[in-house]
Design a protein around this ligand. Structure first.
Ligand SMILES: Nc1ncnc2c1ncn2[C@@H]1O[C@H](COP(=O)(O)OP(=O)(O)OP(=O)(O)O)[C@@H](O)[C@H]1O
Ligand SMILES: [Mg+2]
Length: 397
């Protein structure tokens, strides 16, 4: 996405390995430091650290004996290179402050502090310590967009199955975020039996305020690895939410998750092309009917021409039936109408799709043996094995 970068871009926290001393710090990994790999430890672990074993040490001085804090600082002073250190606490002694600030990369945050102050301090320390190439690698999330060629083609259903498959494969907490960009009346939350929390309209012109700390208020955890970001139903959302807010939200989301999967409305919005340009895959879902195939071809051409980057949407044919009733096109005829190869086909299984929507959750959870699950798995494996095609994640101007 070609936009002006902020003067000093924040370092992504995603995947950063943090060793935390003080039991209250555990909550940070679910809050302001969402996305970091947080390990709770003790002074002995700091004393045994080897160079490169972690990216940051955070010590809650209020939770430890003064001697333990001093021992941790001493151990880091003896390590070369040492990870940066952030010490949190109220009433820190001048002696401790002096010793901490003598370290090559260290900072102190006096309690009480706001979550944004903590995130800023962590990012500043990581930026100081990480070489530029490592910073780039840490920010390398992948973003796929899914959109329907016609209404009801199955875009939301397939978005959910793709996001669930990636989260299961990753095995990591909070690795995937499904973002429903149908801001007015998206169905992803209802299909997942989740409660949407995003009220993007509230931000108005203050889109710049959206940061990693706020993101956790916008997402609903669906499973261990999958979070959902979906708007509270609001008929005027598309008019009330500006381009900057959408782009900034996606930029921050890409900084916090390994995978970001978007359910994109098919009617173009002021932000649509910029969002798609920030994705490394755009998947257009079609049915196997002549009108849907013609719409898929036109829609996919419009996206390709609008982007002008060479990125070609991949067309996926949904609800393929084993036995066709009536004159439905065959796969070969479908590809003729599309004037290109379809990327994949997803079998039809109304029972599995309806049961899962009614129960609330992915088809892979409620009907794991459905052919839909196997077909989506193949699609995900195929797409994931492709090198990322975009140049940058979605970013706000
Ligand atoms: N492979 C499938 N087999 C059977 N039913 C399916 C399949 N995929 C989707 N469906 C069903 O088709 C209907 C429409 O699906 P979905 O809501 O995902 O479409 P959509 O493209 O997101 O629609 P919209 O245009 O309203 O956003 C739902 O009832 C869903 O359960
Ligand atoms: Mg939908």
């Amino acid at each position: 996405m070609s936009r002006t970068k902020p003067a000093s871009p924040p370092v992504s926290l995603k995947g950063c390995r943090v060793l935390a001393l003080g039991s209250a710090l555990g909550a940070l990994g679910e809050g302001p430091l969402l996305g970091v790999a947080m390990e709770m430890g003790a002074v002995a672990q700091v004393e045994q650290l080897v160079p490169g074993a972690c990216d940051l040490v955070i010590v809650d001085a209020d939770a430890l004996e003064a001697a333990a804090v001093a021992a941790a600082v001493k151990a880091l002073a003896a390590l070369n290179p040492a990870p940066p250190l952030l010490v949190l606490g109220a009433n820190l002694t001048p002696g401790l402050v002096r010793n901490v600030l003598r370290l090559e990369a260290a900072d102190i945050l006096e309690a009480p502090f706001a979550p944004e102050q903590l995130v800023a301090a962590v990012q500043a320390l990581l930026a100081e310590a990480l070489p530029a190439t490592a910073q780039e690698a840490a920010g390398a999330s992948r973003c796929w967009a899914v959109t329907g060629a016609v209404g009801g083609a199955g875009a939301t259903t397939i978005t959910i199955e793709i996001a669930h498959a990636l989260a299961s494969a990753s095995g990591k907490d909070h690795s995937v975020c499904l973002v429903d960009l149908n801001l007015a009346d998206g169905a992803a939350a209802a299909y997942l039996g989740a409660t949407p929390t995003l009220r993007l309209a509230d931000f108005g012109a203050a889109a710049d305020r959206i940061d990693a700390a706020m993101l956790q208020a916008f997402v609903t955890p669906v499973s261990k690895g999958l979070d959902l970001m979906a708007g509270v139903r609001d008929p005027s959302a598309f008019d009330a939410v500006g381009r900057d807010a959408v782009l900034r939200l996606l930029e921050v989301t890409c900084e916090c998750y390994d995978w970001v999967i978007l359910d994109v409305p098919r009617h173009r919005r002021p932000w649509t092309l910029e969002v798609l340009a920030g994705c490394d895959e755009v998947v257009v879902i079609s049915e196997l009917t002549v009108p849907a195939l013609l719409a898929a071809r036109a829609y996919s051409d419009e996206i390709e021409q609008g982007l002008g980057t060479g990125l070609r949407p991949r067309i996926v044919l949904n609800r393929l039936a084993a036995r066709m009733f009536g004159p439905a096109p065959s796969m070969v005829e479908a590809e003729k109408a599309l004037q290109r190869k379809a990327e994949a086909g997803i079998s039809s299984d109304w029972e599995a799709a309806a049961a899962s929507a009614n129960l609330g959750g992915p088809i892979a959870q409620h009907r794991p043996k459905s052919k839909i699950v196997k077909d989506v798995q193949l699609l995900v494996e195929r797409l994931a094995s492709q090198p990322p095609r975009r140049e940058a994640s979605p970013k706000a101007a």
